[in-house]
Design a protein around this ligand. Sequence first.
Ligand code: GTP
Ligand code: MG
Length: 197
Amino acid sequence: MAKAYDHLFKLLLIGDSGVGKTCLIIRLAEDSFSSTYISTIGIDFKIRMVDIDGKKIKLQVWDTAGQERFKTITTAYFRGAVGIILVYDITDEKSFENIQNWMKSIKEVGVGHGGGILGCRGGILLILSCLQNASAGVERLLIGNKCDMEEKRKVQRDAAEKLAKEHGIRFFETSAKSSVNVEEAFSTLARDILQKS
Ligand code: GTP
Ligand code: MG
C-alpha cells in the first residue's frame, strides 16, 4: 500500500501562557477559533497534512503549556522536534521579552535527534553526544500572534524583525482569530525543514 505521506515532521510551539499557542494549532488543524481561554495543562498534539513542492508532509504539531510551573514537563518534549515555533503576543511586551528565555531553553535542553553517529574511524564509532548536538538541525520560527488587535499593539514589528534576524530565523505576525498568516507560517517552516532534509 502506498504511504499516506512522504515526510513526518514533529513541530513544537513554545511561548508564554496566553499568547495563543493552542489557538494557532486549532486554527491550523481544525480551522476554528474560540475566545474562551483554557490554559493548557500537560501536552498534546494535532495533525495537519500539507503539500509542499509535490510532497505530502504530515505535520505533528505539539502544544505545550506556557505556565512556568509546567516548564520541566514541557522542555522534556523538545527532543525529536525538527521545528520549533516561538510565539509571543503583539499586545504583551513581557511575552516578547521572554522569547530570549525560550531561545535559551531550546539551547539548554537540546532538541532534535539527540546523539548521532559522526563517523567510523579504525572501527571506533564517533558518537556526537546529545549535549553537544543541543539545538543543531532544528529549524526555528518566530511568531507574533494576535495581529488582529492592532489598537492594543505593544510590540513593534521592527523589534521582532531585528530579533529574528539576530537569530537567523524567519518571522511572521499571525492571527489565530482571523486566520492571518497561520497556514503561511507553518508551510514556510515545513518548506525550510524539507529543503534541509
Ligand atoms: P497556555 O496554554 O496557558 O500556554 O496559553 P496559550 O498560548 O495556549 O493561549 P491560548 O491559545 O489558550 O489563547 C489565550 C487567549 O488568547 C484565549 O482567550 C484566546 O481566545 C486568545 N487568542 C488566541 N489567539 C488569538 C488571536 O490571534 N487574536 C485574538 N484576538 N485573541 C487570541
Ligand atoms: Mg495552550
